[in-house]
Design a protein around this ligand. Structure first.
Ligand code: SDX
Length: 463
């Protein structure tokens, strides 16, 4: 822990505050402290400023009191106006609009505009936005060569993460992140090119030729065209699938300070270019406890294999031997994830069209049993957005390891909005948490080694 601090909080207690405050008494010294409680957020979030605790010391030369919060279970890293979640009430709103309404009626690009700009676009703004994104969907031809360097069985998330990071080398001006015009074009480029790269990853793994963007198609249909078009001159998407994917992209677009968004904010706080920051988000999302869960849900359902095996599987989960009920549980939602409710209905619509799927029957039975089991009820474990999503993606013939890529395509909109909000927040600076050091105190270096090369040098001198 560094001791030299330029911004050491004043040793004396601040002037008495008019607003609400904590009165803290340090039993080690008998000293009392008044710690102001910050102004409530829109929906009543409250906090104290952690740095206000720095002046609480046992001895004057100490660094001062910190908060210890592994995995940030109870730490607000920022103030944000983008997304609001109420985990107990199962509420999710983008810029105040309920996710149910946006999923029902908005387009993904309209939501991407809303997340970033804070208001719904006017028609003229929307038309220009769609035009900009549409006419930036091509990637440099070298990206194709880059992707062809991967093995045929490379995981597409690994390919996507690498290729998005590589885009940083094609747009060196993107590092001018304080320039609004540079931020604007980078945001457009990432929203436009991530689907193209994602589709190219799909085609590479399949051993199929890359399909270029078709600027006459909408955002989602163009993505499906780059993924699925074969010899037909013009791709025509199944309207049920196009609508389902548009809704799923909207549901996955943002989710406040989740693991991958926190990664984008932390990496972006070093003022690196946005391509590198978004690549960090993709890397975090790849994890099985985060965006990789939708892939794991399908593996879990395949492992269960039949409804009759569910009770034994559930007992295995409850035994605490490490197997989790993938697609269940959430750090914030302690009730049904509102997105899962929408996805479940979407699954019904999709399977009504293509016929019931035995895996969906297993999923429905798994949910029914879990929601009535005390183990899950007591831990407030409900289906999250990932539980049914994979079944829909699989019904669209996406391979299981591509599910998280679809999550990343959608979450790019939220990552970019959060990245820009962080950069333009005057309170934010480079993220650099503290630690509680638990290692050795000072000790002297006495090597245990007898370096062979020293012996060789002595021989050389003797020779
Ligand atoms: C996403 O943060 C976000 O917003 C993420 C996301 C987004 O849009 O960005 O919503 C997307 O990542 C959704 C989550 C997808 N992940 C999964 O479905 C993986 C399975 N879920 C778990 O790994 C877990 O629920 C987490 C990671 C999602 C949340 O974990 P927490 O909040 O750290 O909770 P925990 O691991 O401390 O669990 C509390 C208890 C523990 O039991 P006990 O130690 O008390 O006995 O609940 C148990 C856990 O073992 N538990 C589960 C479980 N999830 C938690 N037990 C069985 N199956 C599960 N799925």
């Amino acid at each position: 822990m560094s001791k030299t601090e330029s911004n050491v909080a004043t040793a004396t207690a601040p002037a008495p505050t008019a607003g609400p405050a904590l009165e803290i008494k340090d039993s080690r010294t008998g000293t009392g402290y008044t710690v102001p409680i910050l102004e409530k957020g829109t929906e009543g979030d409250t906090a104290i400023r952690a740095s206000d605790l720095r002046r609480i010391k046992e001895r004057p030369d100490e660094f001062g009191l910190m908060t210890y919060d592994p995995a940030f279970m109870n730490t607000a890293s920022c103030k944000s106006a983008i997304t609001f979640i109420d985990g107990d009430k199962g509420i999710l709103r983008y810029r105040g609009y309920p996710i149910e309404q946006l999923a029902e009626s908005a387009s993904f690009l309209e939501v991407a505009w809303l997340l970033r700009n804070g208001e719904l676009p006017l028609q003229s703004e929307y038309d220009d936005w769609v035009h900009q994104v549409t006419y930036h969907t091509y990637v440099h031809e070298n990206i194709k060569t880059f992707l062809q360097g991967f093995r045929y069985d490379a995981h597409p998330m690994s390919m996507l993460c690498s290729a998005v990071a590589a885009l940083s080398s094609f747009y060196p001006a993107a590092k001018n992140i304080q320039d609004p015009a540079e931020r604007q074009i980078s945001i457009v480029r990432l929203l436009a090119k991530v689907p193209t790269i994602a589709a190219f990853c799909f085609r590479h793994v399949k051993g199929l030729p890359f399909i270029y963007p078709d600027n006459e198609l909408g955002y989602v249909e163009n993505f499906l065209s780059m993924v699925a078009r074969m010899s037909e001159p013009k791709y025509e998407g199944n309207p049920v699938f196009v609508k389902a994917l548009e809704v799923l992209f909207i549901l996955h677009a943002d989710h406040e300070q989740n693991c991958s968004t926190s990664a984008v904010r932390a990496v972006g706080s070093s003022q690196v270019d946005p391509f590198s920051a978004i690549a960090a988000g993709i890397a975090a999302l790849y994890g099985p406890l985060h965006g990789g869960a939708n892939e794991q849900v399908l593996h879990m359902i395949t492992q269960i294999g039949h409804k009759k095996n569910i009770p034994a599987f559930i007992e295995g989960v409850k035994s605490g031997k490490g197997q989790k009920l993938m697609g269940f549980g959430h750090r914030v939602y302690k009730s049904y994830d509102p997105r899962a409710r929408i996805v479940k209905k979407l699954a019904d619509d999709v399977f009504a069209q293509i016929g019931m799927d035995k895996d969906l029957e297993i999923a429905l039975e798994l949910e029914r049993i879990a929601l009535s089991d005390e183990y899950f009820i007591s831990r407030k474990l409900y289906p999250n957005v990932d539980f049914y999503t994979g079944l829909i993606y699989r019904s669209m013939a996406f391979p299981t390891d591509f599910f998280t890529v679809l999550f990343a395509v959608a979450r790019t909109a939220g990552w970019l909005a959060q990245w820009e909000e962080m950069l333009t927040d005057p309170e934010q600076k480079i993220a650099r948490p503290r630690q509680i050091y638990t290692g050795y105190g000072e000790r002297s270096y006495e090597s245990q080694l007898d370096y062979g090369y020293k012996v060789a040098k002595k021989d050389a001198v003797r020779r």
